[in-house]
Design a protein around this ligand. Structure first.
Ligand code: 6GU
Length: 281
């Protein structure tokens, strides 16, 4: 579909450009004369260069378009596309955070999908409760297994294989780049965000495949950790980063970015950009 649209745009531009060039040649030849010295004079060449330039630009576009790797991200897209599902009590938080910046653009362009599912919608309780007191006593409430299971069932009903389910918990293994790479190979990834004092153990045993933390500190809920992980995984999905951003990613891996960066102005509050960086300009 996209190929077709791009192709149509190209041919329209090219035919239009060609038409303009022919028109201009006729135009120029009509208004071209030899003056009294026998010198060829073009009388009216308004906008000619611009039109020819437009034509050449569309030809260049076609050449680039024809190169296999130029739009390869589109080809990889169907394979690379990732669906993130977040089971949470605060879906708005997830939606708002991820529909911003690079992940926001990726969602809009369809490179990644996101569904933030409100566990509360699956409560059978008339007050929509999703938690209860812990057996054996203790402080705080525990999230009940049933609403989480119903949300999980809903999310997974059309999936061909059992997906990976990440329970975000400060007791899990600490998330790192190689985990992000591993997760980015999945087609579907489910995050379960806990709240209160925890989640009934039986739902974890039933559906969870990975217990993951984002560091050694305690947060109020799993939403921010889930967003952190989705961000890190998304940027590894083909098409999510644009060419410039990808180049940056490459150099990060090559440790090329381990020196300080500078941009304009040359001097900021008495601090100058190192001379060695200015010499090339
Ligand atoms: Cl995954 N959850 C919570 N609640 N706190 C955390 C965490 C996760 N990772 C670090 N702190």
């Amino acid at each position: 579909m996209l190929e077709f649209v791009l192709s149509t745009i190209f041919w329209t531009l090219a035919i239009y450009g060609l038409f303009e060039v022919i028109k201009n040649i006729i135009y120029i030849s009509r208004f071209t004369k030899f003056n009294s010295d026998g010198i060829y004079v073009i009388i009216a060449v308004k906008n000619q260069e611009e039109k020819i330039e437009g034509f050449l630009r569309s030809i260049l576009f076609k050449i680039l378009y024809g190169r296999e790797d130029y739009f390869s991200s589109y080809a990889e897209r169907s394979g690379g596309l990732m669906n993130f599902h977040v089971l949470t009590l605060f879906p708005d938080m997830i939606e708002a955070g991820l529909h911003t910046s690079v992940t926001g653009r990726a969602l809009k362009n369809g490179y990644i999908h996101l569904s933030a599912v409100n566990i509360r919608d699956y409560s059978k309780d008339k007050h929509k409760h999703v938690d209860d007191y812990p057996y054996g006593g203790g402080a705080g409430m525990v999230m009940q297994p049933e609403p989480i299971y119903l949300a999980y069932e809903d999310v997974t009903q059309n999936m061909e294989k059992k997906p990976r389910v990440v329970y975000v918990t400060p007791q899990g293994s600490v998330f790192n780049q190689s985990m992000a790479e591993e997760f980015s190979k999945e087609e579907d990834l489910i995050f379960l965000c806990g709240h209160y004092e925890g989640v009934d153990e039986r739902i974890l045993e039933e559906i969870v495949t990975d217990y993951v933390s984002i560091g050694d500190y305690v947060l109020t809920g799993g939403e921010l950790p889930a967003m952190v992980m989705i961000d890190a995984v998304s940027r590894l999905v083909p098409g999510v980063l644009n060419n410039e951003e990808s180049a940056e990613f490459e150099s990060f891996h090559d440790n090329l970015l381990e020196h300080p960066q500078y941009t304009r102005p040359v001097e900021f509050r008495g601090r100058k950009v190192p001379d060695v960086l200015l010499s090339g300009h």
